[in-house]
Design a protein around this ligand. Structure first.
Ligand code: DX5
Ligand code: ZN
Length: 240
C-alpha cells in the first residue's frame, strides 16, 4: 500500500514549484462504500481525494455534507489522504467550521456564491485549512487576479458544476493559460471531463491539479489512467 503525505504549505508563490496532483472525484465512487472505494484510489496512488459537496441550490444536484466527510475521515486518518473539498454551495461561510472539524484539508468555495470572497478566505485560513476559489465557466478569470496572492489554489471549472460525466470545455483553457502566465507557482486545478483524451490540453495550458471522476472510476485500470495524467502534467511542467 502506498502512503501519501499531506502537505499543508502556506502559499508562497515565489519559491514553490508546482507539482502534478491527481485527485479522483469520489462523486463517481460507490456511495454504499465510499471508505473502501477511496482507499482503493489511494492504494492506486491518488494524490488527493476530491470531495464534491452539493447543496441542491447552488447547483441542481444534492450530494453530501460534512457528516459524510467526517465518516470518510474516520476510515482514512489525517495525513493519509488530502481531502480536497469542492463546495458547490450557496452559502460558503456556513460550512467552513463543519468541514474543518470533519477533517477537510482544503476548502474550495465558488466566487459566484459570495459577495465577500476575502472574508471567506480569511475564515477558511483561520481553521488551518488551505483556501481555494472556484470559477464557473461563465465567470471571467480576471476576478481571480486581486485574490490570487491570498489563495492556495484556483479551480477553473471545465464543465458546469453539478454532475459528473460531462464533456470537457476546451475554451476554458484560455483562463488557465492566463492564470499560469501571471502566477507561475499557484496551484491551478481543473475539474470536469478530464481523462486521457483531454489531459494534454489541460496540462499544456498550465493546470497542475487534475480532478477526474468518470475517466478514473470507469477505467479498467484506474492506476494506469492516473499515472498517465500525472506524467502528462509532469512533462508540461518540465517543458514550461
Ligand atoms: C462536477 C464535479 C466534478 C465531477 C467531475 O460538478 O465538480 O468534480 O465529479 O466528474 P467527471 O470527471 O466525470 O467530469
Ligand atoms: Zn468537483
Amino acid at each position: 500500500m502506498h502512503q501519501r503525505t499531506v502537505e499543508n504549505s502556506h502559499p508562497d508563490h515565489t519559491h514553490n514549484m508546482v507539482k502534478p496532483i491527481i485527485a479522483p472525484s469520489i462523486l463517481s465512487g460507490d456511495f454504499g462504500d465510499l471508505g473502501r472505494d477511496s482507499q482503493q484510489m489511494l492504494d492506486r496512488r491518488a494524490d488527493w481525494l476530491h470531495v464534491d459537496v452539493m447543496d441542491g441550490h447552488f447547483v441542481p444536484n444534492l450530494s453530501f455534507g460534512a457528516l459524510v466527510i467526517k465518516g470518510l475521515r474516520n476510515k482514512i486518518p489525517k495525513g493519509q489522504a488530502f481531502f480536497d473539498c469542492h463546495m458547490m454551495v450557496s452559502n460558503p461561510s456556513q460550512w467552513v467550521e463543519d468541514v474543518a472539524k470533519a477533517g477537510g484539508d482544503q476548502y474550495t468555495f465558488h466566487y459566484e456564491a459570495t459577495d465577500e470572497p476575502e472574508k471567506v478566505i480569511q475564515q477558511i485560513k483561520a481553521t488551518g485549512m488551505r483556501a481555494a476559489m472556484a470559477i464557473k465557466p461563465n465567470t471571467p478569470v480576471d476576478v481571480v487576479y486581486p485574490l490570487a496572492d491570498k489563495l492556495d489554489m484556483v479551480l477553473v471549472m471545465t464543465v458546469e458544476p453539478g454532475f459528473g460525466g460531462q464533456s470537457f470545455m476546451h475554451d476554458m483553457m484560455e483562463k488557465v493559460t492566463k492564470l499560469r502566465q501571471k502566477f507561475p507557482n499557484l496551484d491551478i486545478e481543473v475539474d470536469g471531463g478530464l481523462g486521457p483524451d483531454t489531459i494534454d490540453t489541460a496540462a499544456n495550458a498550465g493546470a497542475n491539479v487534475i480532478v477526474a471522476g468518470t475517466s478514473v472510476y470507469k477505467a479498467q485500470d484506474p492506476e494506469q489512467v492516473m499515472d498517465l495524467m500525472r506524467s502528462s502534467v509532469a512533462n508540461a511542467i518540465k517543458a514550461a
